[in-house]
Design a protein around this ligand. Structure first.
Ligand code: HSE
Length: 444
């Protein structure tokens, strides 16, 4: 039995998928049962490699979805629309979908999952997070017996590349970004990557799988690396940390009337973070991604590898196709009823905790006058707000910064309540000796 594949999109990932399907030798025998039936492209005249054959191409994506020879629809076109509508159209036609589209799944995942459940078809998304790293199926299946305490990771390769070079070369963000764009590691419009939106899409998806319920994508606090100064990367290194853009989803202690095992409270966020240089995520450099899952009883499990690119992402897409193809073959084409682990529907309601109630370690850089009593006053502001300081170090301010400050004071706090920390910062900012709170970053 052959299985017809309809491909929506022939960009980097689509071409990678076509290339795997065109060379089944040495792979699992099911790959040979997959037949590329139809491919939607934006421009028929664009020059491209000989695979897939030109007669399979069309500029009409609906014709791909509707083609009776297409058994599985593979959406790798990206963007919200028409991708969302095409996915829903495939589901309505009873066709399973494989997608790499994190933006659509992060924003419309519930709508798509409900439609898929109603039709009894799978929508598989392994390629949406972490490129070639298997993380979706492990969360759905291999780690299914755990209570997940935390999922934290480096899930954007572009920013990790930029941060790795800033750390290695002491270079400024804007210079490394421009070079990354020239080398093809960053998009011409890098906003989704450098402002943290791409990582927020991905952590929204991981959160639903790890905790069994959706959190609103738009409510995830998100901070990118575009305001990060080389100086903070350098100070972090001197204090034994590397700066990484972390996406984190963490179970809060059950507190308050709404929190329970049926209704967990989660702290989900994306921000640049000082990671101790001995931490497993600290050594993840360049475009690589890594996701650390902490669960009971498994402990810590880390998934590491290439987070983007044609080959790695296509590897994940074709793995999903094979999962569906395998079920079709085993059930004689009917697909049978949905396996609840593979379908991964939500099974409880999750809520985001209010930011002021979260606890964090913090890194703060203050620009101050260099005179008697300044550190004492800063310490008093923190102490009176209940914020315990782990370390406080003074560096000389640099001439080119302008302003009156002649010292830079870097404070690392212990883990403290965000509301207390903000209260202390407001008081510190009002001190006449303090010119500004120049940087404020979270610390692992
Ligand atoms: N823009 C993404 C990244 C690509 O830099 O990681 C994969 O989603």
């Amino acid at each position: 039995m052959t299985i017809g594949i309809g491909l929506l999109g022939l960009g980097t990932v689509g071409a990678g998928v076509a290339s795997i399907l065109a060379s089944p030798e040495g792979r699992h025998p099911l790959v040979a049962a997959l037949r590329l039936q139809r491919v939607a492209v934006r421009d028929l005249n664009r020059s491209r490699p000989t695979s897939p054959p030109a007669e399979l191409l069309t500029t009409d994506p609906e014709a791909v979805v509707d083609d009776p020879g297409v058994d599985i629809v593979v959406e790798v076109m990206g963007g919200l629309e028409p991708a969302r509508t095409l996915i829903l159209r495939a589901i309505a036609a009873g066709k399973p979908v494989v997608t790499a589209n994190k933006a659509v799944i992060a924003r419309h995942g519930e709508e798509i999952a409900a439609a898929a459940a109603a039709q009894g078809v799978y929508v598989l998304i392994e390629a949406a997070v972490g490129g070639g790293i298997p993380i979706i199926e492990p969360l759905k299946q291999s780690l299914g017996s755990n209570r997940i305490q935390r999922v934290s990771g480096i899930i954007n390769g572009t920013t990790n590349y930029i941060l790795s070079r800033m750390a290695a070369e002491g270079a400024a963000y804007a210079d490394v970004l421009a070079d990354a764009q020239r080398l093809g590691y960053a998009e011409a419009d890098p906003a989704a990557d450098v402002q943290g939106g791409d990582a927020a899409d991905k952590i929204a998806i991981l959160t639903r799988l790890a905790y069994g319920g959706t959190v609103p994508r738009g409510a995830i606090p998100t901070e990118g690396i575009d305001q990060l100064e080389a100086r903070d990367v350098a100070y972090a290194a001197r204090l034994g940390f590397v700066v990484k853009l972390l996406a984190v989803a963490q179970l809060m202690e059950a507190e308050g009337e709404h929190a329970s095992s049926d209704h967990p409270l989660l702290d989900v966020r994306v921000h640049p973070t000082l990671v101790p240089s001995t931490h497993p995520l600290a050594g993840v450099n360049g475009v690589n991604n890594a996701i650390l899952v902490e669960g009971d009883p498994v402990g810590q499990v880390m998934f590491y590898g290439p987070g983007a690119g044609a080959g790695p992402t296509a590897s994940a897409v074709v793995a999903d196709i094979l999962n569906i193809a395998g079920i079709r073959q085993a059930t004689g084409g009917s697909g049978g009823s949905l396996d609840p682990l593979l379908a991964a529907g939500s099974w409880r309601t999750c809520s985001l905790v209010e930011g002021s109630l979260t606890t964090h370690r913090n890194y703060v850089r203050l620009r101050t006058r260099d005179e008697a009593g300044v550190i004492g006053k800063i310490g008093t502001c923190f102490g009176e707000a209940g914020v315990s300081i782990q370390s406080i170090v003074q560096f000389a301010a640099q001439d080119q910064d302008g302003g009156d400050a002649d010292a830079e004071i870097v404070v690392i706090t212990h883990e403290v309540l965000e509301a207390n920390f903000r209260r202390a910062l407001a008081r510190i900012e009002a001190l006449p000796e303090v010119e500004s709170v120049a940087a404020c970053l979270r610390t692992l």
